[in-house]
Design a protein around this ligand. Structure first.
Ligand code: ATP
Ligand code: MG
Length: 332
């Protein structure tokens, strides 16, 4: 079994170090292939996603991705490597679960899954500007919408509540978001056991804050899925806890939802739970090792209920100390 590890920039490096240690403890035979990508790589080599990294990800079929910094302005030649990687590996569905964790502060009881389309929408990066007028292309295809919808319905059918809500803004964007909605409804016809409804993305944001328990699976185009999953993460205790797994044609990318967090990078205080829970998703969904995934998730839960946590959750553990505590808990 092989894992391509792309630590990336900022806290991506700190949290993947912990996740790799824990995965290696759970899977002693696991071969780790470390590769680079991201802003630092771009500054040094002129490319954000080197060929060798992509080739290794393809060969390993499993990727652990930390985080990369992307500049919030146009830099010639730079393209976000994670967006490129998801597209190159045809990881067309991004699974972003939010489940309550035992935290000190009172939080709503949450168990929802956002399934985000991962290859198109505004993320195709087709922008133009003459300095006065700027335009971006939002591309939605029936094919990509259907294939992500199938993943979402498949997962909804296996969950207790079997509910799926399609997120869109078809009142403003009837052609693009309307196509996404209609393709999703068509895919859903094969899953009569799943109760389907739909919400405008703004209403979904409101409901998520007011009554998040009402949601089971949310299916969303790329951009709305990104925004709503940060919202869900915020309700649940922050970005330090939010995992994701991108899946598609046999390759899986585990990646925390958070970015490179330049504000806390290099201090050794980043919360590694999001990366660890992403690793657990890799164990469960990609490697079909649910017992190991359960062991990892329950070790994390036990530590959090005992008040062992990083600073974002009000604790005092460093990134590495939390990692050591997980290893100790697993060894019990
Ligand atoms: P990027 O452009 O790479 O996404 P960002 O500035 O948007 O960087 P994020 O990583 O998205 O930063 O984080 C947003 C906020 O959440 C930051 O204040 C960051 O410190 C905090 N945060 C994110 N991830 C973690 C984590 N794993 N542990 C603790 N705090 C985190
Ligand atoms: Mg961010």
């Amino acid at each position: 079994m092989r894992l391509c590890v792309i630590a990336g920039d900022g806290i991506g490096r700190e949290v993947t170090e912990v996740a790799v240690e824990v995965l290696t403890a759970l899977l002693p035979g696991l071969q780790i292939m470390e590769h680079e990508a991201g802003w630092d790589t771009f500054c040094r080599t002129g490319t954000a996603l080197p060929e060798a990294t992509l080739a290794s990800a393809r060969a390993c079929k499993a990727v652990l991705f930390g985080a990369v910094s992307s500049p919030a302005r146009k830099v010639e030649g730079y393209r976000s490597p994670i967006v490129a990687l998801r597209r190159a590996l045809d990881c067309y569905a991004n699974l972003r679960p939010t489940r309550s964790l035992p935290l000190a502060a009172g939080r709503p009881d949450l168990d929802l899954l956002i399934v985000r389309e991962n290859t198109e929408d505004l993320y195709i990066g087709e922008e133009q500007s003459d300095g006065e007028t700027a335009t971006a292309i939002k591309r939605i295809t029936r094919h990509a919408s259907m294939q992500v919808a199938k993943v979402a319905f498949e997962l909804a059918a296996r969950r207790a509540r079997q509910r799926l809500c399609i997120i869109h803004k078809a009142n403003i964007l009837p052609l693009t978001d309307g196509l996404f909605r209609d393709a999703a409804r068509a895919a859903g016809a094969n899953y009569p056991q799943v109760a389907v409804d739909e919400l405008l993305v703004d209403t979904a944001a409101l409901r998520l804050v007011q009554a998040p328990q009402a949601f089971d699976v949310l299916l969303a185009p790329n951009l709305y899925g990104d925004i709503l999953s940060d919202l869900a993460a915020g309700l649940n205790g922050g970005l330090g806890l939010a995992p994701s797994l991108s899946v598609g044609q046999g390759v899986a990318i585990a990646e925390p939802v958070h970015g490179s967090a330049p504000d806390i990078a290099g201090q050794g205080i980043a919360n590694p739970v999001a990366a660890l829970l992403s690793a657990a998703m890799l164990l469960r969904h990609h490697w079909q090792l649910p017992v190991k995934a359960d062991a990892l998730e329950s070790a994390i839960r036990q530590l959090l209920s005992a008040g062992i946590a990083t600073a974002d959750l009000g604790g005092t553990a460093s990134t590495r100390a939390f990692g050591r505590a997980v290893l100790a808990q697993l060894a019990r």
